[in-house]
Design a protein around this ligand. Structure first.
Ligand SMILES: Nc1ncnc2c1ncn2[C@@H]1O[C@H](COP(=O)(O)OP(=O)(O)OP(=O)(O)O)[C@@H](O)[C@H]1O
Length: 255
């Protein structure tokens, strides 16, 4: 099977700081890839490169055989991106905002409007479709962002901490949505710090640290390699983080 995302010798620096040192990764259609790593490891930088938001990198990134540097417009058409948080246009209603997004993707108006209503209803926002978003809670805004990322039915869905601010029921809906989209053949690139959820939704987990991939495998494979129980424990072990030491240091700040 051909990879739908192919990353070769990816290097990205900001000034003198080398953030991604040499990332090589093939992602295959239908995979749910959990992309994890400590704060500052380079996850969002990778995601921004995949979405075409950063283009001054070294190496090659191809999306369905389209080179992200040479053909970014067509590559971006098959990607949906849900950022952790984004400025929504508060004076717009979800219907207006999502119609605008659909327009940018050159969607058919009727298909777009029907899908907006279905998505917002599935997220429990059916009574808010025509309300201005200025009064929306964090979770309501996040649901509109998720809807905007999948509206154009992309082959690849990139989610950067998508569950922040969502209540327990909404988390269940999104987890279920991720599994169902993958079963339909969509590729999910899922960045999160919520290890328990990454463990449950991903069929492959990539751990990056200091700009390099340091683990790659299913949760079962990682457990077998590391002999640790949970993804949280594997994460702490591989990234050499002494969580007890850090919490002791924090408590010492009050002494
Ligand atoms: N525009 C930028 N200019 C300079 N440095 C940047 C820029 N964007 C990111 N960095 C640096 O690159 C490193 C990686 O950042 P990145 O946001 O990719 O990490 P991350 O793994 O997503 O972290 P987190 O889990 O905290 O969101 C950090 O040291 C950050 O300060």
């Amino acid at each position: 099977m051909e990879p739908i995302i192919s990353i070769r010798e990816l290097i990205k620096s900001f000034g003198t700081k080398e953030v991604l040192k040499n990332i090589n990764l093939d992602v295959f259609p239908g995979q749910v890839l959990g992309y994890i790593g400590p704060n500052g490891a380079g996850k969002s930088t990778t995601v921004k490169i995949l979405c075409g938001l950063i283009n001054d990198f070294e190496g090659t990134v191809t999306i369905k055989n389209m080179d992200m540097k040479e053909d970014p417009i067509n590559a971006k058409k098959i990607i949906g991106y849900v950022p952790e948080s984004a400025e929504l246009y508060d004076v717009l209603t979800p219907m207006e905002f999502l119609s605008f997004m659909g327009n940018l993707y050159e969607m058919d108006e009727t298909i777009c409007n029907n899908r907006i209503i279905k998505l917002l209803t599935a997220f429990g926002l059916e009574d808010n479709i025509n309300q201005r978003m200025e009064s929306f809670s964090k979770g309501m805004r996040q649901k509109v962002l998720i809807a905007s990322g999948i509206l154009h039915n992309p082959d690849i869905i990139i989610l950067d901490e998508p569950l922040s601010g969502l209540d327990a029921n909404s988390v269940i809906v999104i987890k279920d949505l991720i599994s169902r989209l993958a079963k339909e053949g969509k590729t999910i690139f899922y960045c999160s710090h919520m290890m328990d959820i990454v463990e449950k939704v991903s069929d492959r987990i990539i751990l990056i640290n200091n700009g390099n991939i340091i683990a790659d495998g299913s949760i079962g494979e990682l457990r077998a390699q590391q002999g640790e129980q949970s993804l949280e424990q594997i994460f702490s072990h591989l990234t050499n983080i002494n969580t007890d030491g850090a919490s002791n240091d924090l408590m010492n700040a009050f002494n």
